[in-house]
Design a protein. Structure first.
Length: 226
């Protein structure tokens, strides 16, 4: 496999709308910000805000540090943007992803099931949990799922069939790896959707994911859990 294939683009990472807005807030603010401050400014779940902040750190676009404080209590983690004139440097997360995916396939006895379970755990983590007595119907569940998918970079479209809902996904954030190891990567994504829908208590679940029905289109099929 060539170096060009394994190395990330030297032009810097491509950011989704939400992550770009987080970076803009960091640049526009004097001093570091905490996770909850970012979440409040963008109306995001705290876990989603932390996900984007840590992604910016991984991309070399932000710094993460423990807040200096002179009062009792556990210090919080705060973030600030890297100076605009500091080059992020070369990243090889694609290589890391390829290596870890190969490890999952070669070592785990049931890699697809393991990927689904891992995806479900992350789906629970990233979902914006509703209030204890709040009723979530199928439409609201799909809306909440689409929000998480959009934040993760999947570019979800409008539901194609109201009776048997299908969400078109117009971009795969892990396309190069998914094309080689769809059994793991797509299972991870399927589990992610199931975890989100379970966490928000939606009366639907993700039943299957059809990868690359077109070069830039995957289809996520949903069904009622009643």
């Amino acid at each position: 496999m060539s170096e060009q294939t394994l190395s990330d683009s030297s032009q810097g990472p491509v950011l989704g709308d939400s992550r770009r807005r987080v970076l803009e807030i960091l640049h526009a603010t004097d001093g570091p910000l905490g996770v909850q401050e970012i979440a409040d400014r963008m109306s995001l779940h705290a876990n989603t805000a932390r996900f984007h902040l840590d992604g910016l750190v991984d991309a070399g676009l932000a710094q993460r540090a423990v807040e200096e404080r002179g009062q009792p209590g556990r210090p919080r983690m705060v973030y600030r943007a890297e100076p605009a004139d500091v080059p992020p440097g070369r990243r090889s997360y694609r290589l890391l992803t390829e290596m870890l995916t190969t490890l999952v396939v070669d070592v785990l006895p049931q890699p697809e099931q393991a990927a689904v379970r891992a995806g479900e755990a992350w789906g629970h983590y990233l979902a914006d949990r509703p209030a204890p007595l709040q009723k979530v119907d199928a439409d609201d569940g799909i809306r909440r799922l689409s929000t998480v998918l959009a934040d993760a970079g999947f570019a979800p479209g409008a539901v194609l069939d109201a009776d048997a809902p299908v969400i078109p996904l117009h971009h795969c954030p892990f396309r190069e790896i998914a094309e080689q190891h769809s059994e793991v990567v797509c299972s991870l994504h399927l589990g992610l959707m199931r975890g989100v829908l379970a966490e928000v208590r939606a009366p639907i679940t993700a039943t299957r994911l059809d990868p690359f029905v077109e070069p830039s289109l995957c289809l996520a099929h949903l069904a009622s859990t009643d």
